[in-house]
Design a protein around this ligand. Structure first.
Ligand code: B12
Ligand code: SF4
Length: 605
């Protein structure tokens, strides 16, 4: 056991700093997370950008958000806010340990809490090595796929832990949704990690692991712990979380093959506990709340007599109303959802918009019809426009509608969303195993159809990444951007070209993009991404028109799609599902009679 009198650590420049160990000998259990995952200002987008941009582009973030590294502390130096995952580990541990034994702190404050008494440092991480979808692809387009900004800061945290003068005294346990990346890349030694936990901290197995670590027993490299099956077994934070994240559901139920969260049981969490956690955030100075979910629309309809894909309008509007009406909640941000519910119940979308838009911090001046130009931007999976591909990887993504109608569901859903000032970020997967040029063309068709109809979503293409534990874990994806075909590149660049539409309102906007992208291509991207990238980049830059590029045979411009209307989509549902439709939305199939529940809800209006 090492108990040095003067702890010696290095600063960023490598010079030695000498400081005394914490006066109280440090905390027995110290919880932390990479700085880039803990910051809670500037909204979700800053963290998403830092997960996707390579470290050499950090200057862009520094210029846009010069104060992004400034964090808030409690009077004792612990972190004022931490990602929800850290808060739940803390809450779970406090069932067995005293308050004085456990602390959650920012990486730069580790030296204040790690001392001779420390037996465990527990790290929660979302995406430590940047090997997940979307994050990997953008860093690899711009350079190194191994070092997104977030990954740099995650490594910096692990280096601090590795360099601790007390390292021999404590175990390092990592958990969170990105822990698998350490397992898959076998970076235990490099990062100085003893054990990676997969699963939730509430589990008894997690507590047992901490007990072992505190006793100084050897830990297994990898531990899989059980997910609670009951809604009451899920804990809630009673302190402040980054971005005011409070869990709303676990699992999903649509069973997409590439999906990790869907492997968890489908649970919607009790409203009173959600509200307690919202109030706890506000009490601790948070003005923003966001409910974490894979699909907000299943809440209130899990294990009821109605299938979960027919949303419970009243329950959802009630929950969200109470949240945004909570004194002290100034901002509310949506996380994830699916698109079929917008087709099933457009009035739900309208009622949610009426409640949520006034508290949304997101403004899209050129898109929104709201008087203050506010908008809602949840994350929705589009993934592919190819019905053939969709059948293989996500056959229930659009239920209650048939996956055969997926392009119609996307277009119709987006129409409803846009009409209510929802402009979602929609993810697309490029390079699915077995994806052919025809599949990519089908997706390009859908993207052009979105444009043709004047609809708007931020289209975020990512390269297929076989995620650990999913049913596609063993499948092989594209590993280098050079492997992408011209059509796959074109799809990616068309998406980004469309995303920039609302930004191009000044005379200099389009010009800057044209010159900037061609300049980047000449300087770096040409070599990195290979010849298939060339024409899609010219298309993206806008320097040659798409018409001309098509005439030159360099790009494929999507063909118009024939799609179903909402009425046609509803008529195509299985007749046994008609009863769950709400008459106040119109477009009802002939022969419709409401379910007793839907009838009661209608009568109550
Ligand atoms: C909110 C959220 C965000 C927010 C806020 C994140 C934050 N810093 O708080 C934003 C929008 C910024 C974000 C960004 C990204 N996200 Co995100 N996000 C989520 C979401 C919806 C909820 C996360 C959450 O807080 N859950 C609630 C907490 C309590 O759960 P938890 O963190 O998993 O913690 C539990 C366990 O993991 C465990 N645990 C956690 N830490 C530890 C530590 C120890 C030691 C132990 C023992 C256990 C343990 O116990 C907790 C429960 O008790 C999840 C989906 C989901 N439902 O989880 C996606 C999710 C985690 N995100 C994902 C991704 C891909 C990203 C991005 C890479 C996307 C991108 N390209 O930009 C970035 C990365 C950001 C970064 N900084 O690196 C993926 C993760 C995939 C992966 N890593 O394999 C998920 C699963 C979404 C998905 N459907 O795929 N995200
Ligand atoms: S809809 Fe989203 S969360 Fe649900 S299974 Fe599919 S990918 Fe996963």
């Amino acid at each position: 056991m090492v108990t040095p009198k003067n702890a010696s650590v290095s600063n960023k420049n490598g010079s030695q700093l000498i400081h005394e160990p914490p006066a109280d000998g440090g905390r027995m259990i110290v919880l932390t997370a990479p700085l880039t995952e803990a910051i809670d200002h500037a909204g979700y987008f800053i963290q998403m950008a830092m997960a996707s941009l390579p470290i050499w582009m950090e200057g862009v973030i520094n210029r846009k958000y010069p104060k992004w590294r400034e964090v808030e502390h409690n009077p004792d130096g612990s972190a004022r806010y931490m990602p929800a995952g850290v808060r739940l580990v803390e809450k779970s541990l406090l069932r067995a340990y005293r308050n004085d034994d456990v602390v959650a702190c920012f990486p730069d404050d580790l030296h204040k809490f790690v001392g001779p008494r420390t037996r465990v440092i527990a790290v929660s991480t979302h995406n430590p090595l940047g090997v997940t979808f979307a994050a990997g692809v953008y860093t690899s387009i711009f350079g190194s796929s191994r070092m997104p900004i977030n990954s740099h800061y995650a490594r910096d945290l692990f280096a601090k832990i590795k360099g601790s003068p007390y390292r021999e005294n404590f175990k390092v346990i990592v958990g969170g949704s990105g822990g698998w990346q350490i397992i898959q890349t076998d970076t235990y030694e490099e990062l100085s990690v003893d054990c990676v936990v997969e699963g939730r901290s509430e589990s008894e197995d997690t507590l047992e692991l901490f007990r072992k670590a505190i006793q100084g027993e050897e830990l297994p490299r990898r531990v899989e712990v059980k997910h609670p099956m009951e809604r009451d077994a899920i804990l809630f934070p009673d302190t402040r979380t980054t971005f005011g994240v409070v869990e709303m559901t676990t699992g999903c139920g649509r069973r997409c093959k590439f999906c990790v969260p869907d492997l968890n049981p489908q649970i919607d969490l009790p409203k009173d506990k959600i509200m307690d956690a919202v109030r706890a955030n506000v009490r601790n100075g948070n003005k923003q709340i966001s409910l974490a979910t894979e699909d907000m629309f299943i809440w209130g309809q899990v294990h009821t007599d109605t299938p979960f894909y027919f949303p419970n309008r009243e329950a959802l509007v009630d929950l969200y109303s109470e949240i945004v009406d909570t004194p002290g909640v100034e901002q509310h941000v949506l996380s994830h959802c699916t698109i079929a519910p917008a087709v099933v119940d457009p009035l739900l979308i309208k009622q949610l918009s009426d409640k949520l838009l006034p508290k949304s911090p997101i403004h899209f001046p050129l898109l929104s019809s709201h008087p203050q130009k506010k908008a809602l931007a949840p994350l929705i999976g589009l993934e592919t426009g190819s019905v053939r591909m969709a059948k293989q990887i996500m056959s229930s993504k659009g239920v209650p509608f048939s996956i055969e109608d997926w392009p119609s569901v996307v277009l119709e859903g987006l129409r409803v969303l846009n009409e209510n000032n929802w402009f979602p970020a929609m993810t697309l997967i490029v390079g699915n195993p077995g994806e052919t040029d025809d599949d990519v063309k089908d997706t390009i068709d859908l993207v052009y159809e979105i444009e043709r109809r004047g609809l708007f979503a931020f289209l975020i293409p990512s390269i297929f990444t076989p995620l650990h534990d999913t049913r596609m874990e063993k499948e092989k994806g594209v590993t280098q951007t050079k492997q992408l075909t011209p059509l796959q590149w074109q799809l990616m660049m068309k998406c980004w070209k469309m995303n920039l539409r609302p930004g191009q309102y000044s005379w200099w906007g389009p010009m800057a993009w044209r010159v900037g992208s061609i300049g980047m291509w000449i300087y770096k991207l040409r070599k990195l991404n290979g010849p298939n990238f060339t024409w899609p980049l010219w298309m993206f830059s806008g320097a040659i028109s798409e018409k001309n590029l098509q005439r030159m045979g360099k790009i494929y411009r999507g063909k118009p799609l024939k799609v179903k209307t909402r009425a046609e989509l509803l008529a195509s549902l299985k007749p046994k599902d008609w009863q769950y439709l709400r008459a106040d939305n119109g477009d009802l199939p002939i022969g419709y009679t409401p379910s007793p529940l839907a009838a009661r809800a209608m009568a109550a209006l």
